[in-house]
Design a protein around this ligand. Structure first.
Ligand code: GRF
Length: 218
């Protein structure tokens, strides 16, 4: 079976990239990573790609001179690598509406909150300050508004009384590493469709499944 060709676009640490690399290392996983692209030369994720022998490159936004040129270099690199799905994983730039539209329903992101709560930065601090009892993470298709778009998978994580943004971030990150590969797997299997801007997961009865493992018995 042909595996879905994925590119991963990062800016930093790359722990979600690593979760995807690890998932793809299983021969039966229906996706593979064909390219890792960073907008930061010193992103630790580039070393992870190197260690996994995955083609990787840094695209220098300064050298490109402006968002439009950076995005066309990114677009070119993605097309060149044959990517069928683009996974943003800690990529810290806002992509233009034109780029997002070009990759519509082929561009996904992971965000460390239960969207639509807490889009943007400092999500864990904001969840604690709001007194939220639950937070979590979301994998979603990207639309042009920041951290918006059809939700593919979510996982809830409790906020406990002594949490700091750091302890909460660590707990949420562990679940990010579970749902991102699962979302990619479901897309690769062709089980995800977007209907009226809502994701349908083939084989799942609405309301009958856990967000962690939405396809029981699979
Ligand atoms: C993650 O918390 C992700 O949800 C957010 O940025 C962070 C990236 O972490 N978008 P890493 O680079 O994957 O370790």
């Amino acid at each position: 079976m042909a595996r879905l060709k994925c590119a991963v676009v990062i800016s930093g640490r790359g722990s979600n990239l690593q979760a995807l690399i690890d998932a793809c290392a299983t021969p039966s996983f229906p996706a593979e990573i064909v390219n890792v692209i960073s907008d930061k030369a010193d992103a630790a994720g580039l070393k992870r790609a190197q260690a996994a022998k995955i083609p990787h490159r840094f695209i220098d936004p300064k050298e490109q001179g402006g968002r439009a040129r950076f995005e066309s270099a990114l677009d070119e690199a993605l097309i060149e690598s044959g990517a069928e799905l683009v996974c943003l994983a800690g990529f810290m730039r806002v992509l233009s509406a034109g780029f997002v539209e070009k990759w519509r329903d082929k561009l996904i992101n992971i965000h460390p909150s239960l969207l639509p709560a807490f889009p943007g930065l400092h999500t864990h601090q904001r969840a604690i300050e709001a007194g939220a009892r639950l937070t979590g993470c979301t994998v979603h298709f990207v639309r042009s508004d920041v951290d918006s778009g059809p939700i593919i998978l979510q996982a809830a994580v409790p906020v406990v009384p002594d949490d700091t943004p750091e302890t909460l971030a660590d707990r949420v990150l562990t679940t990010e590493h579970r749902i991102y590969p699962e979302a990619v797997r479901l897309i690769a299997l062709g089980r995800i469709t977007v209907v009226d801007e809502v994701v349908r997961i083939d084989g799942v009865k609405p309301g009958k499944t856990s967000p962690f493992n939405p396809v029981p018995g699979d």
